[in-house]
Ligand binder design. Structure first.
Ligand code: HSE
Length: 374
């Protein structure tokens, strides 16, 4: 099967390397026919082109792999590909989260596939596992560590007793964090993955209107304080569904030091789902990086090559209700810690926003209850 790569950054190069290895029968049968590069960029390979229409006009190119990142022009390119009846595979969580419904509906109308395994959890087969689990169970709860950079920063802070700024610099030096790390440390990247995961798990279109907070204000004194009470901390996503209601949050969360979540090292991810008959399923692996993410993309391309038709995505309406995720919180303001019990996350985050006006370094974390983390 002939495919085109849109973009040749870290992930694009990972896909290229995996396919060039031709290690298996499946990978040997996929040919990269075109690589779209930005206008003015040096054409290092003969298959590199600047004109997207040239790719769309190639009738032999059946599948477009979008690995550019960002919203535009990725959104326009994906829509053009679907409208030209080409399958689309993407790793771009920001564009999938923002245009989930449009992509799903256009792909279904055009009778082509839209696949996004690489958008959540990198090399972890998370989307595949959700789809499998959904065939039997109503998925009631999903959660997990979906951002490797934030996990790496916290892990370095804990292991080396570092301040946040030093650990962030280490994450940048290691190539995990961007020069502008906001999306990773403020929970935006995790929120995009939460939107995609909750939409798929609960048959809804989950939008960004849920409480999101990050680890920007975490200090090593916080970590010492939490540890004294038997807790570690991770940046977690939680979403749940009950009948016609659902809720979702992205928050730093205190977890008992003996849990799996508390012991996820380096830049690894841990994704979890709970279904009535399956119970808890937790999958651990690399959530980022050229080869793990490239692996997830190639696995989607192979599924298309094998003509595996995924179960149709259903879009229903459910009411967003954060009271489903009422919980306990700890808030640090002016170096004093205060706990709140059984409060609505929406209310808690409003209070936090007000407190940030008085103490711009204030920090908020959820305290996990057993049910959420089982
Ligand atoms: N910045 C992301 C992370 C990359 O650190 O997990 C993978 O989505």
């Amino acid at each position: 099967m002939k495919i085109a790569l849109l973009g040749f950054g870290t992930v694009g190069k990972g896909v290229y390397e995996i396919l060039n290895r031709k290690d298996t029968n499946d990978t040997a049968q996929i040919e990269i026919a075109h690589i779209l590069i930005r206008k003015g960029k040096e054409k290092k390979l003969p298959i590199m082109v600047e004109d997207y229409d040239q790719i769309l006009r190639d009738p032999q190119c059946e599948c477009i792999v979008e690995v550019m990142g960002g919203i535009e022009p990725a959104h326009t390119y994906i829509m053009k590909a679907l409208q030209a009846k080409k399958h689309v595979v993407t790793a771009n969580k920001a564009v999938v989260a923002a245009h989930y419904q449009e992509f799903i509906e256009t792909a279904q109308k055009q009778q082509v596939q839209f696949r996004f395994e690489a958008s959540c959890g990198g090399g972890i087969p998370w989307i595949h596992s959700l789809l499998q689990a959904k065939r039997i169970d109503l998925i009631q709860r999903i959660s997990g560590i979906f951002n490797g950079t934030a996990n790496y920063i916290i892990d370095q802070m804990v292991k080396k007793d570092l301040e946040f700024a030093v650990a962030l610099k280490e994450a940048q030096d290691a190539g995990y964090a961007e020069a502008d790390p906001s999306a990773d440390i403020d929970g935006i990247d995790t929120a995009n993955k939460a939107m995609i995961s909750a939409s798929l798990a609960f048959d809804i279109v989950c939008t960004r209107d849920f409480p999101i907070s990050g680890i920007r204000h975490l200090t090593k004194q916080d970590l010492h304080h939490f540890l004294q009470h038997g807790y570690s901390i991770r940046l977690l996503m939680h979403a749940c569904m009950q009948k016609d209601r659902y809720a979702c949050v992205v928050e730093p969360t205190l977890i008992k030091t003996d849990t799996l979540e508390a012991n996820i090292p380096d830049n690894y991810n841990l994704t979890s789902l709970y279904g009535e008959t399956l119970g808890d399923l937790k999958i651990y692996g690399q959530g980022a990086g050229a080869l793990p993410t490239g692996n997830a993309i190639v696995s989607d391309v192979i599924a298309i090559q094998h003509k595996e038709v995924p179960d149709p995505v259903v879009l229903t309406h459910k009411t967003f209700d954060t009271s489903l995720l009422k919980g306990d919180y700890i808030l640090r303001k002016d170096k004093q810690y205060q706990t709140y019990h059984a409060v609505d996350p929406l209310w808690m985050h409003e209070i936090y926003r007000e407190i940030l006006q008085e103490d711009p370094a204030a920090f908020l974390a959820r305290i996990s209850t057993k049910g959420e983390m089982q």
